[in-house]
Write a protein that binds this ligand. Structure first.
Ligand code: SF4
Length: 294
């Protein structure tokens, strides 16, 4: 991208008009930001449907190379920008954070779409995290499901504006120039539910409290039906232990309502089917009366 000398010259030090196109007086921060903002290399990876829009943004019709997002790198070690494009599952967040840790500073994160920004249509699903910002420092959020290529370009330009506002004189803006190596972002632990290692102490304390309460309260009781089945099986096994193989009739379970669990399940299915048919008939009659009215 061309260096706009007049833009760089916007300082308190006046430059004679005849020299404006030859001399630039600027700050080191501005020069540094100008170089960095115009040579962002995104990491080449996509997670779900949003990735298709990201691919479209890179292709010739939209072409984010025009803004300096020139080459997508297939290795985190050569990338500046992580575009989280798609649904972040609990299984996937672990390698994503690991990849982020492998990117050199300065590095940025763009959450593309509703899923990466806050869980999207799958929010609070058993397998989806509710936003990438719970695990990584997100710089720009691009809303939409999916966001259009124009929206992604707008988000990328917003990131460039953010970089423009940074100053290398301010340690908070550019922490990667601080003393010593930066702390890596903790990689979440994939378990029954995802665990953030930063909250490990609190989780451990909660587990201890829950365990001590369990001791006081005793074991959690099994549901009534499970108890009934277990008792039946135990009795049948005891009765037939010497007489030979298990008798299936002896194992059949009769509920307090008089039916069997399987018959009740069939009843429920039949009731649901009838309700669905009734709803369908109602919709059809409404459509017919609308058509008559027209
Ligand atoms: S935000 Fe919408 S389009 Fe993007 S990954 Fe989620 S569901 Fe797919």
């Amino acid at each position: 991208m061309d260096l706009n000398l007049q833009e760089l010259n916007a300082t308190e030090f006046p430059v004679p008009v005849e020299l404006e196109n030859n001399i630039a007086i600027t700050s080191l921060s501005q020069l540094y930001n100008w170089g960095r903002r115009n040579s962002m290399w995104p990491m080449l990876f996509g997670l779900a449907c949003c990735a298709i829009e990201m691919i479209a943004t890179a292709s010739s019709r939209f072409d984010f190379s025009r803004f300096g997002f020139e080459v997508m790198r297939a290795t985190p070690r050569q990338a500046d920008l992580m575009i989280v494009s798609g649904t972040v599952t609990k299984k996937m967040v672990v390698p994503i954070v690991r990849l982020y840790n492998q990117m050199p500073e300065p590095k940025y994160v763009l959450a593309m779409g509703a899923c990466a920004s806050g869980g999207g249509p799958f929010k609070e699903g058993y397998n989806v995290v509710s936003g990438m910002d719970k695990y990584l420092p997100v710089d720009v959020y691009v809303p939409g499901c999916p966001p259009t290529p124009q929206a992604l370009l707008f988000g990328m330009i917003a990131l460039q504006r953010k970089i423009d506002g940074q100053s290398i004189a301010n340690g908070d803006d550019v922490p990667w120039y601080g003393e010593g190596p930066a702390e890596p972002t903790p990689v979440p632990v994939l378990g029954p539910d995802i665990i953030d290692p930063r909250q490990m102490d609190m989780i451990r304390r909660q587990a201890e409290v829950a365990a001590s309460e369990m001791e006081l309260l005793g074991q959690r009781e099994l549901p009534a039906l499970t108890q009934l089945v277990a008792a039946k099986v135990e009795t049948a096994q005891a009765a037939t232990a010497e007489a030979g193989p298990l008798d299936e009739d002896a194992l059949s379970v009769v509920l307090p309502t008089g039916g069997t669990p399987w018959a009740e399940a069939e009843d429920i299915r039949e009731k649901r089917r009838l309700r669905a048919l009734a709803r369908k008939a109602l919709r059809a009659s409404r459509r017919a009366s609308q058509a008559e009215g027209e």
